[in-house]
Structures are given as structure tokens and as C-alpha cells.
Design a protein around this ligand. Structure first.
Ligand SMILES: C[S@@+](CC[C@H](N)C(=O)[O-])C[C@H]1O[C@@H](n2cnc3c(N)ncnc32)[C@H](O)[C@@H]1O
Ligand code: SF4
Length: 611
């Protein structure tokens, strides 16, 4: 049962200032960070997953071996167990690391739980910001990436665990998704309110309902509002779906409520290629409103990352910003410090180029998972579907770019019939910054380009498709360290032609013989040859009602029913495997579309490696 502290006696546990930090980072000793996949780390920057709340309790993770090992390492000043980001950022001085954000955390008593929880209970979000992705925003996932929704992991059990830990907590930090939009976020804020726990919410600032207003109307609730532009045009072009005027109104209300209760409102700002020119204006605007600014270093996606510009490009950006130093010098200290820190990190990238620490920070293209091979689509298919898939793959080519230390393309290797892929002259890529290569290799004039397949958050893989006159060009992009350099690999393939499909299924059929049938408007429009159709147990009847290709195949030999698997090996292309106890074995390939379905059926050759 939830313990309710009456409003009048709610207390906020005092955050006592700890002594000067002796630890490289306090996070592993004070904090758990749970992401929208349930993966739990000491902080959002760490690459070390300590456990997952779907199958472990927060307490198990907190007292687990993985965290104990990390604490030992950190106590010895060793940042190699997933803390590469702070190791990299720390080269410019510890004050520019993420670790300093934990320096004021209270260390818990021995055997006590964490004093800070950072929680992304889901990815539910209403916006589609340009630098974000579908792992963070359900809206991007659905509309931009066309990927299936993430399961909701943060349920009653996890909420109860947070409530049980709340007495020892000094702070619950919510992010998302959009925490003020999601039911789990609001329930966590109830828990924080009921237990007198300080809450910090990273929000896009677009939601201000009466329920949100009531939740914010108390002491001990701080906001970090993400604002990535300073003019309406830039803001709305980055924070797609947000409205600048509405943001101003919400900020006014947030600030009024905060002032009434002694709470804080700060801003988070993604500094990137699309808004760096407004950075001094942003700081001036924020200072005018009295809002502190945290700068998010955007390292992924690389197209918008300043840190992935070529050195000459980044140099030009830093010079242009430095030329406006006088404007920032007029601002009070916290904003000057924000400016200094952000510029220092950009200059550090210029100075150090790309070396070990940075390899791990090609954003989501985490080279720390270098030994994980690109996922093989056929690996998840049934044996028959996998064999069909392997035989059926149409024209393919790969472009491999070797990057030098400055992330400029040093060499290009390619094979295959390149002209069919509309990739242009690949020599033009040599000397280009890797960030530009993605755009250069995009299908020209294809606003319809879209990511449709999987985007693997742990593997450096992204898959995209483009509609070209030659058919849908599919593309898989991978990045991997190879020895002392990085390789960007682009695999392309075009849809197989009808002849490719025909050859694939014939190669799996006894004697290469197949029955072809066409289904239109839910009926068989054509089928043949008749004798083979009968021999295979099909009903060679034109006009027969059927919605699925297997309706034709299964009824005639349905008793006993066959073992059955049907898998989509490409969008619209379904491989079916039917095996009866008596050994009767059919393989089916169906090209399904709204207008007509074309089905090929053959008696499957025995054994996995024939043909
Ligand atoms: C993922 S958002 C979730 C909370 C909320 N929806 C928001 O926008 O503030 C958390 C923070 O990550 C920042 N962010 C989004 N995409 C980023 C990226 N590619 N690199 C670094 N920070 C990013 C956002 O600006 C925000 O401050
Ligand atoms: S509001 Fe936050 S979670 Fe939503 S798309 Fe923007 S950055 Fe991503």
C-alpha cells in the first residue's frame, strides 16, 4: 500500500553537500538509471548494463555482482568498465564530464538502496525531433521508422519497487519518451509526491494539462525543459510537432509554479549542425528568462553531430562561435560556463580527433559492440524460409569505406553492378567527412526514402529502403572498427525479379517443377499445370474462394494437418513450409499485393543442403 504523507507535513530530504569528491564518479554508488528497454546502468552515459528490470528487481540489480565490480573499478579510478564517455570528456578537465552531475549525491548508508533513480518508464512521446529516434519516441517509431511499438515494461511490480525504495531516495529523475504524457510517468510523480521525494523531469515542455499543473504545484519538483532552437523556425524545424508559442506559455507557467515553491526550471539544449549558429542567442534568451542551460553533446545521429564534422568544418564552426565571444561575455556566470564547457568539448574533438575513447561514441553506432556481427536476416527464419531467402536475394553490392582518424573517407571499395543501384561515381566520396557520406549515398531526389526495417540499438546497423525505378533499393549500413581504423559498410540489394523468384523456388522443388496460381479478389483466377496441382494435393479449380495461399494447399491434404510455418522474408513475399506426418512436403512462395497474389508451390526436396 502506498504510504501517504499529508501535504502539510511532507518533507523533502535535505541534500547535504558531500565532501570534495574523491571518487572519479559517484553514480555507481548512488544511482540506477533504467531505460525504456528496462536495461539498467549507473547513469545514462554508461555503456555497462547491470541488469534488466523486466526479469530482475531493482534491489537485485543494486546488490548484484556487475555493479559491485564497477564500484571496485571506479574506486580505483578505472573508467574502462563502460565509462568511456567521461574518460573522453574528462581529457578537457573533470569539470566537463557527466560524472560531476553526481558529485552532490548523498552516498547511501551501507546496505541501503540508491539515493537517486533515473527512469524512462516508456518511449511514449508526441514529438518527432530530428536528432531523436524511435527508441526514445513512440511517435518517431510509428511514423518515421514504421517499426512495431515497444512493449511497456514499467508495470505495477516495478512501480511498487520504486515506492518501496522511495524512503531512501533523494531524487527520482524522469525522462522518456515524454514523462508528462505517459501514465507511468504520472504515477511515479505521485509516488514522489506521496513520499516527499524530490523529482526532476526532463520534458519537451509541450504538455501542460490540469493533472500536470497539479503535480507541479508542490515543492521539490524541478524541470529540465528541452529547447533546441531560439527562433520559432529553428525550434519547430528540430522539435517536429512542437509549437514555439505554446512553449513560451508553458515556460511562463512552469516558472510561476517553480517560483511559488522554490523549485528550479532549467533547459537542455542539443547543440548540433542545425542550431549552433543560434547558440549565443540561445544563451542570451535563456539568461533573460533566468533559465540555466545544460548542453547535450549530440554524437548520434552523425548527420547532425558537430563532433562528426570533418576537422575543417568543425574548425569553421568553432571559429564562428568564438567570433561571438563578446556577446557571451556580457552574460552572467552560469551561462558563460555553459558556453565555455560546450566550446571546450568541441575544441577537444578538434584537438584529439578520433581515437580509442571516441570510437565508442559514434553515437548509437556503438563500436564497443564491434565483435557482434551485422544481424543476418535469415538467421531468424525457419529453415525453408531461410533457404528461399538465401536463393532469392536479388542483385547485391557492398560499398566499404575506410575512414581515417579524422573520419574522412580514405578509400572506397565496391563490387557488383553499381549502375543498377544509382550510387553514382564512388570516387567522389574519397576525402569526404563520414557524416556527409550518408547523404551523398542517399538515393538522389528521393524524399520518399524511409527507414523501414530494423534499427538495432546494440549493433551498428541501420536498414533503409528507397523506391527507385529499378525497384525498391534496400540498404543496410554498418560501422565497425577494423584494426586501427573504422569501416563504414553499405550493403545494397534490389528486389529480385520475377525470374529470380521463379529460380529460387524451382531450385527447392523436386525436378524443379512448380504449380503457379494467381489469386484475385479472394478467388483463384488461374492455376496450372493441372496434373501437377492434383499430384501435389491442390485443388486446380479456377474461381475457388481463398484468402490465403495456403487455403488452396491445406484443405485437400488437411487430415492430419501439416506442420506449418509461414514467414514474410521480404515485405510482401511470404515463404510457407508445409510438412505432413507421412512426409508429404510442400514449399510455397507467395508474392502478396493488394491487387493480386501470385503463388508458386512445389514438392520440397528433402534435406537442407540440396541443389
Ligand atoms: C530523449 S529525451 C526524453 C525527454 C523529453 N522527451 C525531452 O525531449 O526532453 C531526453 C533528452 O535527450 C535529448 N536528446 C534527444 N536526442 C538526442 C541526441 N541524439 N543526442 C543527445 N541528446 C539527445 C533531448 O533533447 C532531451 O533533453
Ligand atoms: S520530445 Fe524528447 S523523446 Fe520526444 S522526440 Fe523529442 S527528444 Fe525524442
Amino acid at each position: 500500500m502506498r504510504r501517504v504523507i499529508p501535504r502539510g507535513v511532507r518533507r523533502l530530504r535535505a541534500r547535504t553537500a558531500p565532501p570534495e569528491p574523491t571518487l572519479a564518479c559517484r553514480a555507481p554508488f548512488t544511482s540506477l538509471h533504467v531505460d525504456q528497454f528496462g536495461d539498467t546502468r549507473p547513469c545514462c552515459q554508461s555503456s555497462r548494463v547491470l541488469g534488466n528490470v523486466a526479469d530482475q528487481t531493482l534491489d537485485e540489480i543494486w546488490t548484484g555482482e556487475s555493479l559491485a565490480e564497477l564500484r571496485t573499478a571506479i574506486a580505483e579510478g578505472d573508467l574502462s568498465l563502460g565509462c568511456e564517455h567521461c574518460e573522453w570528456a574528462g581529457r578537457g578537465g573533470r569539470e566537463t564530464t557527466y560524472a560531476v552531475r553526481f558529485d552532490r549525491d548523498r552516498l547511501p548508508e551501507p546496505d541501503a538502496g540508491p539515493t537517486r533513480l533515473e527512469l524512462a518508464p516508456s518511449n511514449a512521446c508526441n514529438l518527432q525531433c530530428t536528432m531523436c529516434n524511435g527508441d526514445w519516441s513512440s511517435s518517431i517509431r510509428l511514423h518515421r521508422e514504421k517499426r512495431p511499438a515497444l512493449p511497456r515494461l514499467f508495470g505495477d511490480r516495478q512501480l511498487a519497487e520504486v515506492a518501496a525504495l522511495a524512503d531512501g531516495l533523494d531524487e527520482i529523475h524522469l525522462f522518456g519518451g515524454e514523462p508528462l504524457l505517459m501514465p507511468e510517468g504520472l504515477r511515479l510523480l505521485d509516488i514522489a509526491a506521496d513520499t516527499g521525494t524530490r523529482a526532476v523531469i526532463t520534458t519537451n515542455g509541450s504538455v501542460f494539462t490540469p493533472r500536470v499543473e497539479a503535480l507541479l504545484d508542490r515543492p521539490g519538483i524541478d524541470l529540465v525543459v528541452s529547447v533546441d532552437g531560439t527562433s520559432p523556425e529553428v525550434y519547430e524545424s528540430i522539435r517536429c510537432g512542437a509549437n514555439w508559442a505554446a512553449l513560451q506559455e508553458h515556460l511562463d507557467r512552469f516558472q510561476e509554479l517553480a517560483a511559488a515553491h522554490g523549485n528550479r526550471v532549467d533547459l537542455a539544449h542539443c547543440l548540433m549542425t542545425s542550431n549552433w549558429h543560434e547558440f549565443p542567442d540561445h544563451l542570451r534568451w535563456a539568461a533573460g528568462r533566468g533559465l540555466g542551460v545544460y548542453v547535450n553533446d549530440v554524437l548520434s545521429p552523425i548527420e547532425v553531430s558537430l563532433h562528426h564534422l570533418s576537422p575543417p568544418e568543425l574548425d569553421a564552426v568553432v571559429r564562428a562561435l568564438r567570433a561571438r565571444q563578446a556577446e557571451v561575455d556580457e552574460l552572467p556566470e552560469p551561462w558563460r560556463a555553459t558556453w565555455a564547457g560546450a566550446l571546450e568539448r568541441l575544441e577537444q574533438t578538434l584537438r584529439d580527433g578520433v581515437d580509442g575513447g571516441r570510437h565508442a561514441h559514434l553515437g548509437q553506432l556503438t563500436a564497443s559492440h564491434a565483435d557482434a556481427a551485422a544481424p543476418d536476416a535469415s538467421a531468424t527464419l525457419s529453415p525453408v524460409a531461410a533457404r528461399l531467402h538465401a536463393r532469392y536475394l536479388g542483385p547485391q553490392t557492398s560499398v566499404v569505406l575506410v575512414l581515417d582518424d579524422d573520419l574522412l573517407v580514405r578509400t572506397v571499395r565496391a563490387d557488383g553492378d553499381l549502375a543498377r543501384f544509382e550510387l553514382g561515381d564512388l570516387d567522389r566520396l574519397v576525402g569526404q567527412p563520414s557524416a556527409a557520406v550518408r547523404t551523398l549515398l542517399d538515393a538522389p531526389d528521393r524524399p520518399d526514402a524511409r527507414t523501414v526495417l530494423e534499427w538495432h540499438r546494440d549493433l551498428a546497423v541501420e536498414e533503409r529502403r528507397y523506391d527507385l525505378p529499378a525497384g525498391t533499393r534496400s540498404e543496410r549500413r554498418t560501422i565497425a572498427p577494423a584494426g586501427d581504423h573504422l569501416e563504414l559498410r553499405f550493403d545494397y540489394w534490389l528486389p529480385p525479379t520475377d525470374a529470380d523468384e521463379d529460380a529460387a523456388i524451382r531450385s527447392m522443388a523436386v525436378d524443379g517443377a512448380i504449380v503457379e496460381l494467381v489469386i484475385e479478389d479472394g478467388r483463384v483466377a488461374a492455376i496450372g499445370p493441372d496434373d501437377l496441382a492434383r499430384d501435389l494435393g491442390l485443388r486446380p479449380e479456377v474461381g475457388l474462394e481463398c484468402t490465403m495461399p495456403t487455403d488452396i494447399v491445406v484443405p485437400a491434404l488437411a487430415d492430419p494437418p501439416p506442420a506449418f510455418s509461414a514467414e514474410e522474408i521480404e515485405p510482401g513475399l511470404v515463404a510457407v513450409d508445409l510438412l505432413w506426418p507421412d512426409g508429404h512436403h510442400l514449399v510455397v512462395l507467395a508474392r502478396v499485393s493488394a491487387e493480386r497474389t501470385f503463388v508458386r508451390v512445389g514438392r520440397a526436396k528433402p534435406g537442407p543442403d540440396e541443389g
